[in-house]
Design a binder for this molecule. Structure first.
Ligand code: AMP
Length: 290
């Protein structure tokens, strides 16, 4: 695995691969890898000739009140983990390479960046879209791999890629979970032992809600109330939001129809966890597997 730190070096190597007709798969990350990241890598390895991973903790997607300095970092451990997966290139640009002096250009994917997580993290998706646009221009992959865990990120980046004609296709990989259902996240290491025991309630609430919808429940307000009650009755989790929206447009739903996304954000002490399920709803009443 080659570890590359400059755009010039990256382009020199990748141009050669592209000239030889190699298909390039790319996984943008903020590092501190877990099984979720590795799943994306394995998909890329299977479907592409060359697998590029980047690690960049993007300051522009953290608000001043958020955890940029607290974000876990361990490049040595990360490189060892992906070297074992036979990743070809690890790209680790520094802040002055990504945002040189007098940096002025931003990408704002309107409307869908301001709902769900975006409502509580103003500017977050502008930071995400901007850095991913830049990274796509640096790497120029054929396929970009994203995790369903960050459902809104998938919708925002898919919109950006379509609106700005980026020549890349997007592959979305299912959320990797711990045995008890907790969605894997770099932030899980900050959970206290007690919070870690309680946190699986999120996926349990989402799964039970999905079952109710499968059995025919179509009222969004009832499902939201059920999820909130499940989370708060037995745990100390503080709900930021629970929302049921159209999975493609992120428009709020009044009744369940089409392809629904149920997404939530909950604090356990200072750690903010997100999770979601997608539920395709059959017209006849019952929904399919989610
Ligand atoms: P991050 O390093 O958190 O920015 O994540 C990098 C990529 O890995 C994003 O596309 C995430 O959606 C994806 N990812 C993070 N956690 C998971 C997970 N538990 N399962 C699947 N993908 C994930």
């Amino acid at each position: 695995m080659r570890i590359i730190k400059t755009i010039g070096h990256l382009r020199k190597i990748l141009n050669e691969f592209s000239r030889n007709g190699k298909r390039i798969g790319y996984i943008p990350t903020m590092g501190y890898f877990h099984e979720g990241h590795l799943r994306l890598v394995r998909h890329a390895k299977k479907e592409c000739d060359i697998c590029v991973v980047s690690i960049y903790v993007n300051p522009k997607q953290f608000s001043p009140a958020e955890d940029l300095s607290r974000y876990p970092r361990d490049i040595k451990r990360d490189s060892m983990m992906i070297e074992k997966e036979n990743v070809d290139i690890l790209f680790i640009p520094s802040d002055n390479i990504v945002y040189p002096n007098r940096y002025l250009t931003y990408i704002d994917v309107k409307e869908i960046s301001g709902t769900l997580c975006g409502k509580y993290r103003p500017g977050h998706f502008k930071g995400v879209a901007t850095v991913v646009a830049k990274l796509l221009n640096m790497v120029r992959p054929d396929v970009m791999y994203l995790g369903q865990k960050d459902a809104q990120q998938v919708v925002v980046l898919s919109r950006m890629v379509a609106d700005l004609n980026f020549p890349v296709s997007i592959r979305v990989v299912a959320t990797a979970r711990e045995k008890d259902g907790l969605a894997m996240s770099s932030r899980n290491i900050y959970l206290s032992r007690e919070d870690r025991c309680q946190a699986p309630v999120l996926f349990r609430a989402l799964s039970d809600a999905a079952k109710r919808i499968q059995k025919g429940e179509r009222s969004v307000s009832k499902i939201i109330a059920f999820i909130k009650k499940t989370i708060t009755q037995d745990t100390s989790g503080k709900i930021q939001y629970v929302a049921c929206v159209d999975a493609n447009t992120l428009e709020p739903l009044k009744i369940f129809k089409g392809k629904a996304l149920i997404a939530l954000a909950v604090f356990f002490s200072r750690t903010r966890l997100i999770d979601n399920v997608i539920i395709p709803i059959k017209k006849t009443g019952k929904s399919q597997n989610y």
